[in-house]
Ligand binder design. Sequence first.
Ligand code: PBG
Length: 340
Amino acid sequence: MTGHAAPGQPAKLNLALRPRRNRRTPWSRRLVQETALTVNDLIWPIFILDGQNRREPVGSMPGVDRLSIDEAVRAAEQGARLGIPAIALFPYTDPALRDDTGSQAFNPENLVCKALRAIKSAVPDIGLVTDVALDPYTSHGHDGLMRGDEIINDETVAALVAQSLNQARAGCDVVAPSDMMDGRIGAIRTALDAANFEHVQIMAYAAKYASAFYGPFREAVGSGGLLRGDKRTYQMDPHNSDEALREVALDLEQGADMVMVKPGMPYLDIVRRVKDEFGAPTFAYQVSGEYAMIMAAARNGWIDGDKAMIESLVCFKRAGCDGVLTYFAPMVAEKLTRGL
Ligand code: PBG
């Protein structure tokens, strides 16, 4: 132990204990490394829009485009080539097609279903994850159905069940409910099983917080300007952590195959608690605002973007994540395959 030195006297150091020894050489640093980031840890979220041959930049997410389905197929091919295990699809829905009940969510010809079919037939070996929530389709921008100012839980769950079945019929591998309604995981599991979709996995956005970091995503799917009020009656309060464990416990009891914490970097304490408590496949979403912050600082020359990208993702692994949803997926995969 180091004693308190009197002013002007050197502290007594125990120099038998030198943690720096293990850090001295690259080979030794590699040897003592506790966690590793690989391409197997990545899920790539992409935005889909209508049309042909279209790539439309998302202003607040430099380097991210909304893609027409043919372009999304190309992205999936690129993802598969890079070894990325799965892609998550998010639609930009024409404002004219949005309504109170999010009826496009149940249309077998909606953008997500068309993209699922196109990608599945062109790139059968990449996993396809679909978002279950009504916000890309509602005129009020909420994830659920509204009565007055209230987001009504049980009616919304019935709608989410219909949305999940619609996506399963179009060929999705994983449904990912991001809506935070109570009881939706059990209801979706029961309905999928009854319709012979026992193999469709559920990745529950189990601990999803009402966060300011979703802003760029809402721009990307076009729901930001529409959103009436906020999502605090269903998404979690950022002050809470025990509550996240309860949410995760409920989703696992109801049949979630994988659980997710969201946002990512400001919530790594939650990831660690969830992983320690349940030992279930645990994911985090490095959300749009996190991506935007790193990209903005990098583009200003304030941080080294590549290094910050890799470091941020390594930290997810260290915190206990089995995988991360990240807009950086193709860039990281590229780097990992070339060697860091
Ligand atoms: C909607 C949904 C959101 C995100 C994923 N699904 C936004 C929200 O809840 O408002 C956010 C993803 C991101 O910010 O990258 N159910």
